[in-house]
Design a protein around this ligand. Structure first.
Ligand SMILES: NC(=O)c1ccc[n+]([C@@H]2O[C@H](COP(=O)([O-])OP(=O)(O)OC[C@H]3O[C@@H](n4cnc5c(N)ncnc54)[C@H](OP(=O)(O)O)[C@@H]3O)[C@@H](O)[C@H]2O)c1
Length: 319
């Protein structure tokens, strides 16, 4: 099969199109013929070999050489075959999902059954491949961890990126009081996705406007904001939820009002998301697509930052 392979850690130049062996699913795995896969921050971490989270990322990606060789954590496509213990899927099912270890930048990708679900019928493969990693983070932050309720005020910081665009829509399922924080050219997009208020962070600092929120979801990470400087913008029992796990581990380990999110994909969440997508309450914003052979360019594009939604890699063109 064709795959984008990397043998060394480094910049996007290390990614090369090669012919490799088709994977064989383990007993609990589904082998997917990949139509599309998306680009996530974790791909950059694995590709560059960055040491984060006390070295946990090196443990996963490899110390001297890449362990996985093929990147891409999420995918949409068609089931090609299943392991002998798989009960929920069969050959020909149209699915989407994400694995804990990468391999989606290829024609075939094996994912454990419990991290796969049927693909939303009203989405293209490109739109569906954008969902798993990013939307499951939004779900985990706003539903699993804080169980947001009608009337509660939530602020989504970084409302225009992969996680943020889904976070607005997930929050909107439960409350109308959604404030989005993004840069100037993403304001209209945040409003279309359902934000009641939008704050342009290039012009106004939400931490200084006197407003308070029940939840602040930091969907940017990378230490752009911290609980300590958001405290005044939270209600008495307000909670700060963040994608930045290092901050949670290092600084706020014992603070009950700070919650970190870690890679929460599973079939139950993907089924919930599919229902919302089919009810037209959640959609994917795909800023740009790249063919598999141009995966290195997709990484370069992603690394420029300031995305509107997701970057998707098309492996096999299909409607
Ligand atoms: N813990 C987990 O399990 C998990 C899983 C997935 C992702 N993540 C993390 O979640 C974060 C977001 O991922 P993503 O895929 O959504 O990234 P992304 O698509 O690159 O989005 C990040 C967004 O942040 C905004 N931004 C950049 N600088 C900003 C600033 N100074 N202030 C406010 N907003 C700023 C940008 O929007 P503007 O153009 O408006 O600036 C951009 O759209 C990453 O740090 C990633 O590592 C964690």
């Amino acid at each position: 099969m064709k795959a984008i392979v990397y043998e060394e850690f480094g910049n996007p130049d290390v990614l090369e199109l090669k012919e490799v062996e088709k994977p064989v699913p383990k007993d609990n795995e589904v082998l997917i013929k990949v139509h599309a896969t998306s680009v996530n921050a974790i791909d950059m971490i694995f590709r560059s070999g960055a040491t984060l989270l006390f070295g946990v990322t090196k443990l996963m990606a490899g110390f001297r050489k890449p362990k996985a060789k093929i990147l891409g954590f999420d995918a949409s496509g068609e089931v090609d075959s299943v392991g002998k213990k798989v009960t929920k899927f069969k050959k020909g099912d149209l699915v989407y999902g994400a694995a804990q270890f990468p391999g989606g930048n290829a024609e075939y990708f094996r994912i454990p059954e419990e991290r796969v679900a049927l693909k939303p019928t009203n989405m293209t493969y490109e739109e569906a491949a954008a969902v798993p990693d990013a939307a499951c983070v939004a779900y985990s932050a706003l539903i699993d961890k804080v169980s947001i309720q009608e009337g509660q005020k939530v602020l989504i910081y970084g409302a225009s990126g992969g996680v943020g665009t889904y976070a607005i829509q997930v929050a909107k399922l439960f409350t109308t009081e959604v404030t989005a924080v993004c840069s100037t050219d993403k304001i209209s997009n945040a409003k279309v996705l359902g934000a009641k208020e939008v704050i342009d962070y290039t012009k106004e600092d939400f931490r200084k406007n006197g407003q308070v929120y029940d939840f602040i979801f930091d969907a940017v990470g990378r230490k752009k904001i911290a609980y300590s400087d958001c405290k005044k913008s939270l209600t008495k029992k307000g909670i700060f939820v963040t994608v930045d796990l290092e901050a949670v581990l290092f600084k706020y380990m014992f603070k009950k009002r700070v919650i970190g999110i870690f890679a929460p994909v599973n079939t139950e969440i993907l089924d919930f998301l599919r229902e919302q997508i089919e009810a037209e309450k959640i959609k994917s914003i795909v800023e740009k697509t790249f063919p598999l052979s141009e995966t290195a360019d997709a990484h370069r594009y992603y690394e420029k930052g300031h995305l509107k939604g997701k970057i998707v890699i098309v492996v096999t063109n299909r409607e």
